[in-house]
Write a protein that binds this ligand. Structure first.
Ligand SMILES: [Zn+2]
Length: 314
């Protein structure tokens, strides 16, 4: 049912995108945009949790109206995230570099060889550089024209521009590995996305999926903090708000999504970005150690910031 529509998006009240049930509780509201900054495509969001499977999602859900995905993930969006830096200027301790290397090694150990790899949402192409240098035959898919151009021209990696469904038929059972990091939480229909990934993967292939862990320690602390202050704000689905982050997974719900779309989950790693100090320019060793310590505690309790999921076709 259309609740209301405007020029950019069509807002629809939807049943749970994971289990299909329509009962939910409201966690809170937030303005759109990125952190506290609002951009021209941002829309306000009501964030809910499914009473049946606990998936967190935006409801009403904004579906693209006159905007297509390349309008939403535009230059403004790239600028909000980070400036693109050539791969060879990144530090060994950069998250992209060391997490990328670990993930490539883990995928190779699961299927026992390297092969043809697709990075969906490859951004400036950091993982593609690493995979090609370590012997994979890798290609990127990127909706943002500016990032795709940077990946091709600066990092010299092969990238096609568009959406997964544009290539679905020509890529049927083509890849030994499909990698998508920080992508699934941006889709309105995560099950449809995973089924498409399943179709372009070879029968003995492997997938890697990285998503934020909505059940992380900081979300729960923040949620009750704002409730205590009688604020409608909720930290869930941070840091990029509607129309960017629209689905929020926990260990349980990401496993359910994989199992419903033809995958066996090999491993879910609860990760913390222990190099977070690098990202935020943390210089003070003492604070850094406290952060690492808290991060380890959260990770041990299953409440780290991110989930790294490895799956194979059933
Ligand atoms: Zn549900």
């Amino acid at each position: 049912m259309d609740v209301y529509s405007e020029k950019k998006f069509i807002f629809k009240i939807i049943p749970c995108p994971l289990c299909g049930q329509d009962k939910f509780r409201v966690l809170g509201e937030k303005e759109g945009g990125f952190f506290s900054r609002s951009d021209s495509t941002a829309v306000p969001a009501r964030i809910v949790s499914c009473l049946s499977c606990s998936l967190i999602y935006v409801n009403p859900m904004p579906f693209p109206g006159r905007l297509d995905s390349s309008d939403i993930y535009n230059e403004e969006y790239t600028e909000m995230l980070s400036k693109s830096i050539p791969f060879d200027q990144l530090s060994e301790r950069d998250i992209d570099v060391f997490e990328g290397r670990l993930r490539l090694e883990r995928m190779e150990s699961i299927i026992g060889h390297r092969g043809r790899l697709l990075d969906i949402g490859c951004g400036p192409g950091n993982l593609l550089v690493q995979s090609i240098r370590s012997g994979w035959d890798a290609t990127g898919l990127e909706v943002n024209r500016e990032s795709a151009h940077f990946a091709r021209e600066v990092n010299k990696v092969p990238v096609v521009t568009g959406m997964l469904e544009d290539f679905e038929h020509s890529w049927k059972e083509s890849f030994d590995a499909v990698y998508f990091n920080q992508v699934l939480e941006h889709t309105q229909e995560p099950l449809k996305f995973l089924k498409t990934v399943r179709r372009i993967l070879k029968p003995r292939g492997v997938v890697f999926c990285g998503v934020p862990n909505e059940s992380c320690f900081m979300n729960h602390v923040g949620h009750y903090y704002f409730k205590f202050r009688l604020s409608p704000f909720t930290p869930f689905l941070s840091p990029t708000f509607s129309p960017y982050h629209m689905i929020g997974f926990s260990t349980k719900s990401i496993r359910q999504a994989f199992e419903m779309t033809g995958f066996e989950v090999i491993e879910i790693r609860n990760i913390n970005y222990t190099s977070i100090g690098e990202v935020f320019g943390g210089k003070k060793e003492f604070l850094k150690r406290i952060r690492i310590f808290l991060g380890l505690l959260a990770r041990m309790a299953g409440h780290g910031y991110g989930l790294d999921v490895y799956g194979v076709p059933k």
